[in-house]
Design a protein around this ligand. Structure first.
Ligand code: ACO
Length: 375
């Protein structure tokens, strides 16, 4: 048996959802280039594409949008549960618990029932933003803001977060960010979703398990750490000394490096353009100058090792400009990635075999139990 730490390069499933070309920096969902989807599609249309395999017709999209809109509200019991959580707790923990709690409300019907599958998809996509925004209001000491029916998906989330209807450019940029983060093949959280799905448990457990995995700083949590790092650097002229010190101490540059890419992540390039669009409309951000200086210098030092900016390098700067608190960056990632997780849930169920890898045992040989007095 050959050990492959981190399963690097080990295929564990066939998939038709997302294709990454890590040497040329290309990414597509169901065959459609990410740049085209980010330009022309909406998040809900992209979610439909990922989950059901084809772009929706006009009628299908209208029905999907309406169904999602109708299921945005969450039970008062979920709001009450969120009120019991400590305000100092991380919103990803609140999201993981509330996503899992949805399983308590919806019966565990046969998971091969198409209506159960459709309803679960709609509920998860509809309710996750509401739960994220509700926790934000509750921890500030306010009541959750109810979804506003006449607002589209992304605008409604920003409204529930800020109690203000967002500027159209801000809403459009946010919707595009959701498209960019919606799917990325077998990353850690999606793998986690597939492992959980392979036990035939319910989709709420599948998503809760993926949320827990996304939370870590080596995965979705990196977008928060990028901002902390840029704040630590402070000014563009501090970049060199920060970088030299980080490299000497083998400290990782957050938002850099990716298992799949040996060039700049194509999503980082698109996000950078969104950041610039926002700054030209709403004013410059000092932090962006630090990020650009860091990118330039880090590429010259780490590029030869195949380490380039990933999607998280610029996403935090965009979210910051949209007024999203830093510890909500990863929950926002989850709002989007739930589409990919659900696509993989369906695909896993279509050709399921429970995941049960093996290990190379290195522990003690068989030995006799010792009584307490002789240990
Ligand atoms: N900064 C500096 N060096 C790095 C970085 C980085 N961000 N990433 C990798 N390296 C170096 C490692 O130190 C290691 O060097 P060595 O061979 O001299 O020891 C080499 O590159 C390989 O690194 P690994 O961590 O083994 O690479 P792996 O493919 O396992 O990890 C990962 C990929 C986790 C994304 C890594 O690049 C990292 O930790 N990046 C920072 C965190 C981050 O931005 N995560 C977000 C990823 S995107 C996402 O999840 C949405």
């Amino acid at each position: 048996m050959v050990l492959k730490p981190g399963l690097e390069g080990v295929p564990v499933t066939n998939s038709g959802i997302c294709e990454i070309n890590g040497t040329e920096g290309r990414l597509s969902y169901r065959g459609y280039p990410i740049s085209e989807l980010a330009q022309k599609s909406s998040f809900l249309e992209t979610a439909f594409l990922l989950i059901w395999g084809e772009l929706p017709t006009e009628n299908e999209l209208e029905k999907f949008e309406k169904d999602v809109q109708m299921h945005r509200r969450v039970s008062f019991r979920i709001r009450d549960m969120l009120k019991c959580f400590p305000e100092s707790g991380h919103p990803m923990d609140a999201l993981q618990a509330s996503a899992a709690s949805l399983g308590l409300f919806y019966s565990r019907r046969a998971i091969d029932d198409p209506k159960y599958i459709y309803d679960a998809v709609v509920r998860l996509i509809a309710k996750i933003p509401t739960m994220v925004a509700a926790f934000e209001q509750i921890r500030k000491g306010d009541d959750p803001i109810q979804p506003q029916d006449d607002l589209p998906y992304s605008s409604n989330f920003l409204y529930m977060l800020t109690e203000r209807e967002p500027n159209p450019l801000a809403a459009r940029v946010f919707d595009r960010c959701l498209i960019l983060h919606a799917e990325h093949s077998l990353n850690a959280s999606t793998f986690s979703a597939r492992v959980t799905a392979s036990t035939l448990t319910d989709p709420y457990a599948v998503v809760a398990s993926a949320v827990g995995t996304l939370a870590g700083p080596l995965h979705g949590g990196a977008n928060e750490d990028v901002i902390a790092m840029l704040e630590e650097i402070g000014r563009p002229d501090e970049v060199s000394s920060f970088l030299n010190d980080a490299i000497a101490k083998k400290r990782k540059i957050m938002g850099f490096g990716h298992r799949e890419y040996r060039v700049k992540d194509p999503r980082a390039t698109i996000l950078q353009a969104f950041a610039e669009e926002l700054f030209s409309e709403f004013g410059k951000d000092e932090m962006y100058e630090v990020a650009k200086a860091l990118e330039e210098e880090a590429i010259s030092k780490l590029g030869p090792k195949g380490i380039f900016p990933n999607v998280d390098f610029y996403s935090g700067l965009v979210y910051r400009k949209l007024g999203i608190p830093r510890d909500l960056f990863t929950p926002v990632f989850a709002i989007s990635r739930v589409a990919g997780w659900l696509a993989h849930w369906r695909e896993q169920l279509g050709a399921n075999r429970i995941f049960r890898p093996s290990q190379i045992y290195e522990g003690a040989k068989m030995r006799n139990w010792k009584p307490l007095e002789s240990r």
